[in-house]
Design a protein around this ligand. Structure first.
Ligand code: PEP
Ligand code: MG
Length: 594
């Protein structure tokens, strides 16, 4: 990331320009709201004697994660201007030293052992002990270190609790939220009506934080390492989510330029809304179904306004976030019913809980123990099958919502045929129970589909098509797992490429298997909403795309200018390539002609 201070007409203006990863398009001009990460209230509970070892190990893992985070920030800071890099580097070195200090590590271990309390409470106690001690010695240097210790404590606590920031209730109008890091759960707390954009120091383009930004239609820039330490609440900020630029205290000239660009964008969007009621029909008459991905019931209006033909992916895990206990059957049913009725007889594809990995729900803390590799751990369908009560509650709510309109049931992270069979037998059992109690449910039972987002699932797509009623290809995870690249890590963002021939072959094989098995197949990963990919996906035989509502008009526009014949030929030519650069060139060359 680069930062520049502007020199205009011999006078130094205060304008600062920072570059990061633009993950959600749009221009926002607003007021900075810098999120402070205070310690806040942390959970405190007693632990059994035999849990002391595992609690200490949990603390050690959080510590290691916090150290990695600091090292990552340090590495990124080397790209900053010399003075900023030096200033930030010193601070991060101090934090890194504290995170390795045996005194601190030992005192947390001692507190866990002697007081038999959880790691979070022990960290808080340790911070309290040290800061009290420093405060007693009247020394300005030590006084300044108190904030460092609090920051370090905060960093460890955030790893332990994954607690979302709760600071979004009071926001200035047009707030640009600026934070070190925002988790998907944090974003779920943001009311898009009060927020103009957000900017974070870490995060990649395909992580759920970025997906949420796109889904809310908010411009967002991630990976601007030193922004939280430079920006101050109340400053004027411009966020350009397309190129990934953030401008603090812009000059009048810059401001006018961005106002002009924002207006041009709005004009274009207004023109695209004319496509709302037109089908996504190609020149030769092939119809592609365009549906919406939603995370929360509040996204429903956006889907309707964009002319979505249904909900192709409802990420239900968001209703489990930011609460201490999971929602019960009635609450889930009420919410799902709102969506099913709200979309007015169009199909709703409800994906069962996909928690785990980067998506955290504190109410499920008991079920998901720490994992060294959360992306490969107990997440999604694996968790649901391990926690029958949790799963059956959700299935009951889905079946009941299905009494109010067409629903489809979608299973995340499927990796074996057996998992689909297991789910089908659970669905049948739950349906029988509800019928016995005369509770209205979907009739016939909803189709059960598999997300194809694990390479193993794609490679057995022919067998899976015998068990599953439909496929939804999740290219976000499919790319991550095929290429072994964390989709949310900005450090490897340049290697994350859905156009890699390995990913494309898995997509092609899955689509072919679905066609041979006569089963519908959609793509619901982020590429489905990128007009650049539309000719390739349609050329490979995909006829259903599900995307964030914001992307619908532009994808529709692209499809309406497309002829299936040439698109299919180009897709086949692309599939002959072994190099991702050539794939890219062939795709761009084809798009240029459109
Ligand atoms: C995917 O992995 O492509 C997908 C659609 O699911 P999610 O982004 O929620 O993991
Ligand atoms: Mg996924």
């Amino acid at each position: 990331m680069k930062t520049d201070t502007c020199q205009k007409a011999g006078k130094t203006s205060g304008e600062r320009v920072l570059n990061g990863v633009g993950v959600s398009e749009g221009i926002a001009i607003g007021t900075a709201h810098v999120v402070e990460t205070g310690l806040g209230t942390v959970p405190e509970y007693a632990i059994e004697e035999d849990a002391v070892g595992s609690e200490t190990a949990r603390f050690s893992r959080a510590l290691a994660q916090a150290r990695r985070q600091v090292a990552k920030l340090k590495q990124k800071s080397s790209a900053l201007s010399e003075a900023t890099a030096e200033e930030l580097g010193l601070l991060l070195d101090a934090h890194s030293a504290m995170l390795s200090s045996t005194r601190m590590i030992n005192s947390v271990g001692r507190i866990i052992r002697s007081r038999r309390i959880n790691a979070e409470a022990a960290v808080q106690e340790m911070v309290h002990e040290i800061t009290q001690g420093f405060a007693r010695i009247k020394d300005p240097y030590l006084a300044a270190r108190i904030q460092d210790i609090r920051d370090v404590g905060s960093r460890i606590l955030r790893q332990l609790t994954q607690t979302p920031y709760q600071a979004f209730s009071v926001l200035p109008e047009g707030a640009v939220i600026i934070a070190g890091e925002l988790s998907p759960a944090d974003i779920a707390l943001i009311d898009p009506k009060n927020v103009a954009a957000f900017v974070t120091a870490v995060g990649g383009a395909e992580g759920h934080t970025a997906i949420m930004a796109r889904s809310m239609g908010l411009p967002a820039v991630l990976g601007t390492t030193d922004l939280p330490s430079i920006a101050r609440s109340g400053q004027m900020v411009i966020v350009d989510g397309e190129v990934g630029r953030v401008i603090i205290d812009p000059t009048e000239t810059t401001l006018n330029e961005y106002r002009r660009r924002a207006e041009a964008r709005n004009r274009l969007n207004r023109q695209l809304t004319r496509l709302r009621s037109l089908p996504a029909q190609t020149i030769d008459g092939t119809v592609v179904s365009i549906q919406a991905n939603i995370e929360l019931a509040r996204d429903l209006d956006g889907a309707l306004n964009a002319g979505a033909e249904g909900i192709g992916l409802f990420r239900t895990e968001f209703m489990f976030m930011n609460r201490e206990t999971p929602p019960g059957q009635e609450e889930q049913y009420a919410l799902l019913r709102t969506v099913v009725e709200g979309i007015q007889d169009k199909p709703v594809t409800i994906r069962t809980l996909d928690i785990g990995g980067e998506k955290f729900a504190s109410g499920l803390r008991e079920s998901i123990t720490d994992s060294a590799n959360p992306m490969l751990g107990l997440r999604a369908i694996r968790l649901s099958l391990k926690e029958p009560k949790l799963f059956e509650t959700q299935i009951s709510a889905i079946l009941r919502a299905g009494a109010h309109g067409p629903v489809r049931l979608l299973l995340p992270m499927i990796s074996s045929v057996h998992q689909v069979r297991q789910v089908r037998s659970i669905v049948n059992r739950v349906a029988k129970r509800l019928r016995r109690r005369n509770i209205p449910i979907a009739d016939p039972l909803p189709p059960i589909g598999a997300m194809v987002e694990v390479p193993g699932a794609a490679l057995i797509a022919d067998s899976l098509s015998q068990e599953a009623d439909f496929f939804a290809i999740g290219t976000n995870d499919l790319t991550m797992y095929t290429l072994a690249i964390d989709r949310g890590d900005e450090q490897v963002a340049d290697l994350y490429n859905p156009l890699h021939p390995a990913v494309l072959r898995l997509i092609q094989f899955t689509v072919g298997a679905a066609q041979r098995g006569n089963k519908p197949v959609s793509v619901c990963g982020e590429i489905a909403g990128d007009p650049r990919f539309a000719p390739l996906l349609v050329g490979l035989g995909v006829r259903e795309l599900s995307m964030t509502s914001q992307s619908i008009p532009r994808v529709k526009q692209r499809l309406r200018g497309l002829d299936i014949g040439p698109a299919t030929r180009r897709a086949l030519a692309i599939m002959d390539q072994t190099d991702e650069g050539q794939v890219s060139a062939l795709l761009d060359d084809f798009n240029e002609g459109l």
